[in-house]
Design a protein. Structure first.
Length: 141
């Protein structure tokens, strides 16, 4: 599952921006073959006086942490392509904010310690995973 946690100062994202970005993120992973419901995006608004960069308060900031669990890259080229894709996806939502500090990182987490609704997800690319994608829900397999 990809879990995107977007920490941001007030005023960076409108409700429409949040919905648009979350939908775009889910669209991408669905096109890559993941069940859409694997994708979780959380927006965490943080007061400017609680958002520090280099030990100083940031008047406008975004810090995105992304956990990849369902799939992992096997090489540096794949990781770099993913980083470029993420940048292209978030830039339209960030470029209009003068003085904005923004960054992201991606962790690849062990899939052995992951469950959805108490179920171990099926192997990637399996018939069971395709069934989950078609149903857009976790079901026993």
């Amino acid at each position: 599952m990809p879990l995107w946690t977007v920490h941001h100062t007030p005023g960076v994202f409108s409700d429409a921006d949040r919905r648009g970005l979350a939908s775009s993120v889910a669209d991408h992973y669905e096109k890559a073959g993941l069940p859409r419901f694997y994708v979780v995006t959380l927006f965490q608004e943080t007061r400017s006086e609680d958002f520090y960069v280099g030990g100083e308060p940031a008047s406008a900031g975004v810090r995105i942490t992304i956990d990849h669990i369902a799939r992992h890259h096997r090489d540096g080229d794949g990781r770099r392509r993913t980083a470029r894709w993420i940048r292209r996806m978030v830039e339209p939502y960030l470029e209009g904010h003068a003085g904005l500090h923004w960054e992201f990182h991606v962790d690849e987490t062990s899939e052995e310690m992951w469950m959805i609704n108490g179920l171990v997800p099926p192997p990637g690319g399996s018939d069971a995973e395709r069934h989950w994608a078609e149903q857009n829900a976790a079901t026993p397999y």
